[in-house]
Design a protein around this ligand. Structure first.
Ligand code: E4P
Length: 217
């Protein structure tokens, strides 16, 4: 499973890039607003740090506006992926971009039927939001399993990008149900390293090694 980071904070992206774990980045208008920075500048900077897919979301909601904005954003760098909302016009824009060799990430997906539509118009990625489904007492990960089954039934190439991840368990669950990508907030990626038994075990090894008085080099 590929790891994308879900942030518009360039310093956090640079730090994660150095771990060798990062396959891409997702942003959205809320994350851009939180960064307080110019959208196109941030996307250009992220694309210089990361070789993989960098999602940049259109702001327009009408077909013509989405196409114009998407074509403009796609010129920033080769690894820009145009993020489009899952609406009738969004899916028409997705078809336009896929016909023209521009990669797309169809966002705000909350049902298997929506994911089926996105695959049929050639979306590169579909972004089902698991956390927001869990927030309303549904089971977000069930949707990922349903989409996996549907895509596999028909050999759709659209990649399932699990979004709206709120905890570390959702990352391993996404991998278990066969998601292609998880986009994860930086704080959750950092939490994935940790286990109390790792810390306890390492402290004991360090102490016991010191008691030997030896040195490897
Ligand atoms: C990413 O592409 C999504 O926009 C993001 O994961 C949404 O996360 P949220 O539900 O925590 O805002």
């Amino acid at each position: 499973m590929k790891f994308f980071v879900d942030t518009a904070e360039v310093d956090a992206i640079r730090e994660l890039q150095a771990t060798g774990l990062l396959d891409g980045v997702t942003t959205n208008p809320s994350l851009i607003a939180k960064s307080g920075r110019d959208f196109k500048e941030v996307i250009a900077e992220i694309c210089e740090i990361v070789d993989g897919a960098v999602s940049a979301e259109v702001a327009a909601t009408d077909l013509e506006g989405m196409i114009r904005e998407g074509e403009h954003l796609a010129k920033i760098a080769d690894n820009v992926v145009i993020k489009i909302p899952l609406t009738p016009d969004g899916l028409k824009a997705c078809r336009h971009f896929s016909n023209n060799g521009i990669k797309t990430n169809v966002t705000l997906c909350f049902s298997a039927n929506q994911a089926l539509l996105a695959a049929k118009v050639g979306a590169t990625y579909i972004s089902p939001f698991v956390g927001r489904l869990d927030d309303i007492n549904l089971t977000g990960m069930d949707l990922i399993a349903d989409i996996r089954g549907i895509y596999d039934n028909y050999d759709f190439e659209t990649q399932i990008l699990v979004a709206s991840i709120r905890n570390i368990n959702q990352v391993s669950e996404a991998a278990l149900v066969g998601a292609d990508v998880a986009t994860i907030p930086p704080a959750i990626i950092h939490k994935m390293y940790h286990h109390p038994l790792t810390d306890k075990g390492l402290a004991a090894f360090v102490k016991d090694w010191a008691s030997t008085g030896q040195s490897i080099l």
